[in-house]
Design a protein around this ligand. Structure first.
Ligand code: SF4
Length: 434
């Protein structure tokens, strides 16, 4: 297969940034090749800065390519997309699956986030810049190409910025935990995931452990002394864990979650985005079909056509596919959750400590449900490793890497808060895939 160079870094470019300590997963490789431009053909908002928007709007070639409609989208700082073969794709993508903007003006002209993809960067508690390598990219996910170590500096320069971990997170009762304190809880989570077992069962225990830890902190205090943290950690670990019994059918909130996140990956919901340009799909028919899609997910009945699944499938078939989180494929999910903790992006927006456990839990049920859907579409009763890896790609897209919390819908915000504060609903969600 011909090698692609769409996201290749300029060969002689020298890093201008001061020396930083950089880190990436050991033995990780990357090369943009053998891939049908997956990252340019996804239903996501690819954002860029106002300086880039201005530059594009001043360029006649760009204006001609995107038209009036596309120029309005660019003015909002988003790459316009058009529908092609039932998917959204960047308006600058050519039929040869290479970027026309790069061909016209060179690699340094395209948006910084495109230049740097699949790399992002977060500065951790030791001031090390940790590479965030999106598992959406097949090269990262399947680990082929050149060692990433030699590419980090150029990618960091292309990206132009790093995110920072929150200096503090709050408990649900409002106690502020500075970074060194909340990282002690995170260490416990990581140890528990490393110990093995079903990630669903482990996360149910971690929810109980974290709420017990928070309850054991001195009531009414805005901050806790390190001695109080020691005592609260010991008390939480002394509690007897409650086993998680699997549910036969998805809980109501699991259905709502699937309808919202996985339903949005189904046609035509996935092409009904505000940054879509070109022939309108905003017809009554598409709106109705999109609503029907969501209804099918809530009911668990009906045929859907989902992204990354090779053919449409009946949702009722998914229940014939075995659950897998306590088997070998579950270990792949566990390793991914540990990677999410280690890359620290999950702690880059200030919020509640328990929200990180919730994020890992949402990702786990989405990966599991997606993998079972993909197996069902293939007529299998067991998931394969490829099903699980694609599920991880989906979790990256809709939850843990590319979905900005600030852009979440009201429904998702309410659902998250409800799951965060209602233990039985939280456990029922995990029990859906346990
Ligand atoms: S998904 Fe990865 S390999 Fe595919 S085009 Fe994008 S950067 Fe290249």
């Amino acid at each position: 297969m011909a090698t692609k160079t769409k996201h290749a870094s300029p060969a002689k470019r020298l890093p201008k940034l001061p020396a930083e300590r950089l880190s990436s997963p050991p033995d990780q490789k990357f090369a943009c090749r053998d891939c049908p431009a997956r990252c340019c053909r996804l239903p996501w908002n690819i954002r860029f800065g106002s300086d880039e928007a201005r530059r594009y709007l001043e360029e006649p070639w760009v204006r001609e390519r995107v038209g009036e409609e596309g120029a309005l989208v660019i003015a909002r700082g988003v790459l316009p997309m058009r529908e092609e073969d039932g998917r959204l794709q960047c308006v600058f993508l050519d039929d040869d699956l290479l970027c026309s903007m790069q061909k016209q003006f060179g690699h340094e002209y395209i948006p910084r986030s495109c230049q740097a993809f699949p790399f992002g960067f977060v500065r951790d508690e030791k001031d090390v810049v940790v590479a965030q390598l999106s598992q959406l990219c097949p090269s990262i996910r399947d680990n082929y190409g050149e060692p990433v170590d030699g590419q980090l500096r150029a990618k960091l320069e292309q990206r132009g910025d790093t995110e920072r971990m929150s200096k503090a997170l709050a408990t649900l009762s409002g106690v502020i935990l500075p970074q060194p304190q909340y990282l002690r809880a995170v260490k416990h989570w990581d140890d528990q995931l490393a110990a093995g077992g079903s990630p669903a069962a482990t996360l149910a225990r971690l929810y109980d452990w974290t709420t017990a830890f928070e309850r054991a902190l001195p009531p009414g205090a805005e901050r806790a002394a390190d001695a109080s943290i020691d005592a609260a950690l010991a008390l939480a670990s002394a509690e007897e864990p409650a086993p998680l019994a699997p549910r036969k059918a998805p809980s109501f909130y699991a259905r709502v979650l699937f309808a919202h996140l996985l339903g949005n990956l189904c046609y035509p919901s996935r092409v009904r985005q505000a940054h879509r340009v070109g022939e309108a799909s905003w017809t009554q028919l598409h709106a109705l079909r999109s609503a029907w899609n969501k209804g099918a997910w809530v009911l668990g009945r009906g045929t859907v056509d989902m992204l990354f699944v090779p053919r449409p499938f009946k949702l009722q078939r998914v229940r014939t596919v075995d659950r897998f989180l306590d088997g070998d494929e579950g270990a792949v999910v566990r390793d991914y959750l540990r990677l999410v903790l280690q890359r620290r992006h999950i702690f880059s927006s200030p919020r509640h400590l328990l929200a990180a456990v919730l994020d890992l839990s949402l990702a786990t049920v989405v990966i599991s449900r997606f993998a079972r859907c993909r197996a069902a579409a293939d007529g299998r009763v067991k998931v394969s490793l490829e099903d699980v890896r694609e599920g991880i790609s989906v979790a990256e897209l809709v939850l843990l890497s590319h979905a900005a919390l600030s852009e979440q819908s009201r429904l998702m915000k309410n659902l998250r808060w409800l799951l965060l504060t209602k233990r039985e609903s939280f456990r029922a969600l995990l029990a859906t895939e346990a």
